[in-house]
Design a protein around this ligand. Structure first.
Ligand code: UDP
Length: 326
């Protein structure tokens, strides 16, 4: 049985679903600060907090947990700059708590949701796993600190991990049963889709003076179901090889903010209004990854290659989100 911490959130809920479809038993632990029950119908769930060491010990004693996947983190880059304590507390300290309990209870396989924000401003594109690590915001630093703990723990204890450095997760299941649902929403694609739906007037472009061809930030958008498949492969790898690894998970293609808006216009058929604003704090100009290592060692490959297809799934879900839940 796999324990999915933060399994009621965007990425965790999709990984839970794909794990179940592939025959894995799962148990979700979530405090529902940001998670949604609607994203995990029928799942086994414990409502609780990672800060609660006694609860964690009890879970490991009561259930046959063979591995843990950890998605419970705050992920708002801008907020991490203005409220760093929240980030170090939830993303770093609480993760330490989880790891302590795992090691105490002899649960040795751990998959960590890391981020491309650990790299900072790229010196070389595409980013590979051995690129220098110089995060430029507390969010990235809060995750990098965990990676450093993981490295030390894997050397000291009977404990193995895979750290997955996600690029920008996007999209939803094609049947639109689950998808991206943040409150508040700060991510580019759902906000553009809000503008397409008419629930907001326009999309703001944060910074038009970056050193990129059109002046706006470039990101690598990867479908959430491709991320989910990588988690299964990563768990299989740990079970088979007993060896810790770090992998980038990206699509390998970069799109500027303006290009993403244009693609959303095409998918939705709506004329989306834009407003140019100042840069947002903590944003590197370009984040674009090479996932070659994951392809080679995990035998994983992106299936959702086209941004248009990724956004089409997000659009279908987004309409349903407003019709049924918001
Ligand atoms: N962005 C933007 N307007 C918005 C939200 C985001 O221009 O309303 C930009 C943001 O500055 C970044 C990119 O879109 O360059 C992707 O941001 P997002 O928050 O989706 O993901 P992040 O890269 O921060 O994880």
């Amino acid at each position: 049985m796999i324990l999915i911490v933060g399994g009621a959130g965007y990425i965790g809920s999709h990984v839970n679903k794909v794990l179940n479809e592939n025959g894995y038993d799962t148990l979700i632990l979530d405090n529902f600060s940001y998670g949604h029950h609607e994203l995990i119908p029928g799942a086994d769930v414990i409502e609780g907090d990672l800060g609660d060491g006694e609860l964690l010990d009890k879970i490991f004693q009561d259930y046959p947990i063979s591995g843990v996947m950890h998605f419970a983190a705050f992920t708002y880059v801008g907020e991490s700059v203005t409220h760093p304590i929240r980030y170090y507390h939830n993303n770093t300290t609480n993760t330490l708590n989880l790891l302590q309990s795992m090691i105490k209870n002899k649960v040795k396989n751990f998959i960590f949701s890391s981020t491309c924000a650990v790299y900072g401003v790229p010196e070389k594109i595409p980013l590979t796993e051995n690129h220098p690590l110089n995060p430029i915001n507390p969010y990235g630093r809060s995750k990098l600190m965990v990676e450093e703990m993981l490295r030390d723990f894997s050397r000291a204890y009977d404990f193995n991990y895979i750290s997955l450095r996600y690029f920008n997760a996007a999209g939803a299941t094609p049947d639109a049963k689950t998808g991206e649902w943040h409150q508040p929403e700060t991510h580019l694609i759902p906000l553009i889709l809000d503008a397409a739906l008419g629930v907001r007037d326009r999309i703001s472009i944060f910074g038009t003076d970056y050193p990129t061809p059109d002046g706006t930030c470039i990101r690598d958008y990867i479908h959430v179901l491709d991320l989910a498949q990588a988690h299964i492969k990563a768990m299989e790898y740990l079970e088979k090889n007993n060896k810790s690894q770090i992998f980038n998970l990206g699509n390998g293609q970069g799109f500027s903010v303006r290009e993403v808006i244009e693609c959303c216009r095409k998918v939705t058929g709506e004329d989306i209004q834009v407003e140019e604003e100042n840069r947002r704090l903590g944003d590197p100009p370009v984040l674009l990854g090479s996932s070659k290592k994951a392809e080679e060692l995990l035998g994983w490959k992106v299936e959702w290659v086209e941004l248009e297809d990724i956004i089409a799934t997000a659009w279908k879900w987004h309409k349903k989100l407003y019709a049924d839940y918001k």
